[in-house]
Design a binder for this molecule. Structure first.
Ligand SMILES: C[S@@+](CC[C@H](N)C(=O)[O-])C[C@H]1O[C@@H](n2cnc3c(N)ncnc32)[C@H](O)[C@@H]1O
Length: 181
């Protein structure tokens, strides 16, 4: 499986994917400082290291960029003009099998770019997104429900709620699964 973690920060879902044997795990965040200071040290600390290199069987890579444009540097995607970024030229491997993200839907203004990026990155027809987020982010207006309403309005993907974590707090955390219809 080829996995992409968007807005990775500490990158726990991506690290878990490496440990579970994903063939490739690509970590994405806004700028290179986040990746260098947070993501990479955490990946190194959590994946077994042998002879000064990661012994993970996954191809691990890191990509910095805003959600509105990072598709231009992610490998194996369809470019805006319909060509492929794929170095092998194989159309069979376009897109990611699994896209993971946690705590990425808090800011209303970034939701459309995030959703468009997902549509560009997800393998068709079998790709799947797992999104973990709070139902609402008080004070900033975003949340899982706001993002899901965008998805439902667009109509090309179906969304299903697969987990709810209450933990006694008033703000419920949810995990949603998205797939092309
Ligand atoms: C609240 S943090 C969550 C980090 C990590 N997923 C976690 O759960 O700990 C949101 C992440 O999304 C990234 N992010 C927010 N807006 C972004 C954008 N427009 N483009 C790219 N990354 C963005 C931030 O840099 C940040 O690392």
């Amino acid at each position: 499986m080829k996995v992409l973690e968007l807005g990775c920060g500490h990158g726990l879902p991506g690290i878990y994917s490496c440990l579970q044997g994903a063939s490739a795990v690509h970590f994405q965040d806004f700028n290179s400082e986040v990746l260098q200071c947070l993501t990479i040290p955490n990946v190194v600390a959590n994946l077994p290291v042998k002879s000064e290199s990661l012994s993970s069987d996954s191809e691990v890579r890191f990509f910095a960029g805003d959600w509105s444009e990072v598709h231009q540097i992610l490998p194996n995607l369809q470019t805006d003009d319909g060509a492929s970024n794929c170095s092998s030229g194989s159309s069979a491997s376009i897109g990611y099998d699994i896209i993971l993200m946690a705590e990425t839907v808090y800011s209303i203004s970034t939701l459309p770019a995030l959703y468009e990026l997902i549509k560009k990155c997800m393998s068709r027809p079998h790709g799947v997104v797992y999104m973990a987020a709070k139902k609402y982010y008080f004070g900033v207006g975003g949340g899982s429900r706001r993002f899901i309403s965008l998805v439902e309005k667009d109509g090309v993907m179906e969304a299903s709620l697969i987990a709810e974590v209450g933990g006694g707090s008033s703000n419920v955390r949810e995990v949603w699964k998205l797939q092309f219809k």
